[in-house]
Design a protein around this ligand. Structure first.
Ligand code: CTP
Length: 420
């Protein structure tokens, strides 16, 4: 390859991942080029990928690209390699089918059970999880015909992802953008592991804090808490896919793609976070405090960079004052009748996790606490998590090791049971 990149399956970086037979379907939309990254996401984990484009997809990306990236032949119709009866074999052998982009036409054809090319025929044969990642103009996504087709597919257990919001092909923006390939892959793997996404949070408003807050010492230094924001964003992803309207108040995070359709409010300090959470608490049905909040801040912030070795020694002795406890403040609002929200806290513990978690739950007054074990630096910035969910009424559920999206599914299942 001229780029000098290897196109064949790579070593598996994620030890917990069992290689799978993945079919990546590609329909004829401008976002077809993003399918190339999706294919690589799967092959890099050791999955065997078979790409099935529609005829129109090949107007955007050539078959040679898909063949090189997947290491497998590419056909669009059922009349090639007829002796192998490809659609039956591929459909039966697939562990996961992901179509990205899924155009309005592809969605309509699958919803009506058409089998007029290799992709739709294969989907009709398959019994494995099927995930469609739509991409189209906002008007097409909102058209009653598309709405009805999407509803039909979801009723049948096919996961139709919520499209991302943002710039479309032309000047306009709105829902209809293909989510980023890595997000599609992560959501598809979550569906394969935990089942199709159901619309159980339709009409609900969800407020989530994520990431770490930072407190300035001077213009160049700060005190901060470690957090990538991944677990908070994963909770937002799953809530959005279950139909909720999601707001994320984010401190410092890795460069994460926001959940589909989510409002993201950026903050820096604990007091910023407190203000933004409090402002939105009254409207929320569920509040999750996944942020790693800096408990203390310097008494005063220097306006110019502090110098080492000066007589007042302002750098070696920094006086700290305690920050507000945002979670406790939200619980106080709930107790005062200012919000009906179910409130969930997080606890990062290095030892005696359950004992400390129970005490923290009682101290904070939240409805539920997710206790993470962070001994040895595990969890921070990682893609996996585990721990226990403790309910205020005394319930306890172990959350086994899983990706942060799988953990988010379990947390939402528990929250929905609690607020039912
Ligand atoms: N939290 C908060 N405001 C703070 C500190 C923590 O809202 N000033 C929230 C966190 O977002 C989390 C929960 O409280 O949901 C527990 O956070 P954690 O850091 O584990 O607990 P602390 O209260 O800081 O207690 P400690 O550091 O002593 O373990």
């Amino acid at each position: 390859m001229s780029e000098g990149v290897s196109t064949q399956p790579q070593a598996v970086p994620d030890g917990a991942h069992t290689p799978a037979n993945v079919i990546v379907g590609v329909a004829g939309g401008i976002a077809a080029y993003k399918a190339c990254h999706l294919i690589r996401n799967f092959t890099e984990r050791g999955d065997s990928v078979r790409v099935i484009p529609t005829e129109n997809a090949l107007r955007f990306v050539g078959a040679a690209t898909f063949e090189a990236l997947s290491g497998n032949p590419v056909d669009t119709g059922v009349f090639t390699r007829v002796d192998e009866v490809q659609h039956v074999r591929l459909g039966q052998e697939a562990d996961l089918i992901v179509v990205a982009p899924a155009t309005a036409d592809l969605i309509a054809r699958v919803a009506t059970g058409r089998a007029d090319d290799l992709l739709t025929s294969t989907i009709l044969v398959a019994t494995c999880p099927v995930v469609l990642a739509p991409a189209m103009h906002t008007e097409m996504w909102r058209n009653p015909a598309t709405r009805a087709n999407v509803a039909t597919l979801r009723e049948r257990g096919i996961t139709v992802l919520e499209p991302a919001h943002g710039r479309l092909t032309g000047k306009d923006s709105g829902p209809g953008r293909l989510p980023e390939p890595d997000v599609i892959a992560e959501l598809a793997r979550t569906v394969a592991a935990t089942g199709p996404f159901e619309r159980t949070l339709e009409g609900k408003r969800v407020l989530i804090s994520a990431g770490g807050t930072q407190e300035n010492i001077d213009p160049v230094r700060f005190i901060g808490n470690r957090s990538s924001g991944k677990q908070g964003f994963a909770l937002g992803d799953i809530a959005a896919q279950r139909g909720a309207a999601v707001t994320i108040v984010a401190g410092n995070t890795d460069e994460l793609e926001p959940p589909a359709g989510a409002e993201v409010v950026r903050v820096r300090s604990t007091r910023d976070l407190e203000r933004e959470m409090n402002e939105r608490a009254a409207d929320a049905d569920v509040i999750i405090m996944a942020a790693a909040v800096a408990d203390f801040r310097p008494e005063s912030e220097a306006g110019t960079k502090l110098k080492k070795g000066t007589s007042d020694d302002a750098l070696s002795t920094i006086h700290l004052v305690e920050n507000p406890d945002v979670l406790k403040g939200l619980v106080a609002k709930r107790d005062a009748g200012e919000t009906d929200a179910t409130i969930i806290g997080f606890a990062a513990e290095t030892d005696h996790e359950l004992e400390h978690g129970r005490a923290k739950l009682a101290r904070k007054g939240a409805d539920m606490l997710m206790v993470n074990s962070v001994s040895g630096g595990g969890v921070f910035g990682q893609d996996r998590n585990r721990g226990w969910l403790l309910a205020a009424g005394g319930g306890e559920e172990e959350i086994p090791d899983g990706t942060k999206h799988e953990v988010a599914v379990r947390i939402w299942d528990a929250v929905e049971r609690l607020s039912r």
